[in-house]
Design a protein around this ligand. Sequence first.
Ligand SMILES: Cc1cc2nc3c(=O)[nH]c(=O)nc-3n(C[C@H](O)[C@H](O)[C@H](O)COP(=O)(O)OP(=O)(O)OC[C@H]3O[C@@H](n4cnc5c(N)ncnc54)[C@H](O)[C@@H]3O)c2cc1C
Length: 477
Amino acid sequence: MPATDGTPEDAPRPAGGARTGDRPRAVVVGGGLAGITTALRLAEAGVAVTLLEGRPRLGGLAFSFRRGDLAVDNGQHVYLRCCTAYRWFLDRVDGARLAPLQDRLDVPVLDVGHPRGPRLGRIRRDPLPVPLHLARSLAAYPHLSLAERLSVGRAALALKKLDPADPALDGVDFATWLGRHGQSRRTVEALWDLVGVPTLNAAAPDASMGLAAMVFRTGLLSDPGAADIGWAHVPLGHLHDTLAGKVLDGLGVRTLLRTKAERISRTEDGRWTVDVPGERVEADAVVLAVPQAEAHGLLPEGALDDADRLLDIATAPILGLHVVYDRKVLKQPFFTALGSPVQWVFDRTDSSGLTGGGQYLAISQSAAHDDIDVPVAALRARYLPELERLLPAARGAGVRDFFVTRERTATFAPTPGVGRLRPAARTRAPGLYLAGAWTATGWPATMESAVRSGFSAAGAALSAFGRRHDHPLQEAA
Ligand SMILES: Cc1cc2nc3c(=O)[nH]c(=O)nc-3n(C[C@H](O)[C@H](O)[C@H](O)COP(=O)(O)OP(=O)(O)OC[C@H]3O[C@@H](n4cnc5c(N)ncnc54)[C@H](O)[C@@H]3O)c2cc1C
């Protein structure tokens, strides 16, 4: 048995006399960021880990594929400086330099809905303490009137006083809270939703105030640099599949791709078996790091008090529109739009490996319930003219390629009340744990939430094994 520092009540039973001296064994089901993190943490602590992933690659919802010569991400992913867990992940897979952060938050906001013509504003920060770091930017923000800007400042100060973990906030929707704090439709559109829709994947009326408070307090009101934006300058698959796979291999994790867990059972001696096609894998602990519906399908009877509640955690879509122009039409690395259905536009030319001139833009449309099933031709007819409205240089440019990526279950829907549905890492079944961005991390469905959930699940399993472990973020501190 491994060296122990006390055996908690829910410790999985020892693996039997024949295995005295053996390392404990764990199966992690799901090779998204949550599962990869769990596997990494367990293997680092000396656990023998088998990682099962149904698809032919690691990375889950944050992956890349090839379209001819182009390396395409299934959707633009960004993170913030305050995403300490995801930054730990990037460091751990030696990928931080490939997904750098801005030196200082700077978001161009282009309004094409103004009667006197397009206007460019910016949300950026100064090297000043919170909340002064954003004061100058807000004071100069051209998309709101002076009265609106003052009202935003007052609401931000009220928001700073909230505790995102307060269960009462989870039941309130963000729009109602904003309305109570004097926010006009315009301030919601031009500021709160501009940030909230891409981070929460919901507009203010559909978002839990608890999650909104988490995003805005942590991102904008905790540390001056918290909202500096980072994104991969390489295909996501290089970070989440290639580099992560290399580290897992180095730690001796047995990674089985194209291998779906079909059934999880508890044995009479208190251990676990996981059935995959053609094999029964034995383990002392199992971590389910799959989406909530799949977790519901795999959980053994009685593992959660009310497992059916997992099915009440709804999902929300993200639509990606991808355009390859025959010339450069955008000078900035990214911008966001007002007065247009276009949300956020990113230049992916270099990261995609596009050659022969031209520019590849990826447009990210969050909470895209209305567009997610619209045929490509109709999306093309709608969005190309919009891009021409936003980018004068696109007007005479040729479109070499236009395609879409549809992620219908991109995130869990952050609806009011979702907080009480999200389960913790520990289940009622000793040795069985849950991970995934949708579990109770306090964060919206993000890469940060996924990695944090992996920390929690691995930590719970290691405690039960009696293995010493530190929390990675404390190690980094
Ligand atoms: C288009 C898009 C844009 C996004 N943008 C951002 C962003 O900008 N910033 C951000 O932080 N987050 C963003 N997200 C969210 C982020 O990608 C997810 O929150 C995160 O990747 C979820 O990781 P996960 O490990 O929890 O789950 P998943 O990635 O869903 O991983 C679960 C894995 O389990 C596997 N699996 C399922 N069932 C089985 C089974 N029976 N056996 C074996 N394997 C199984 C699946 O194949 C999958 O690989 C975006 C998501 C999408 C789709």
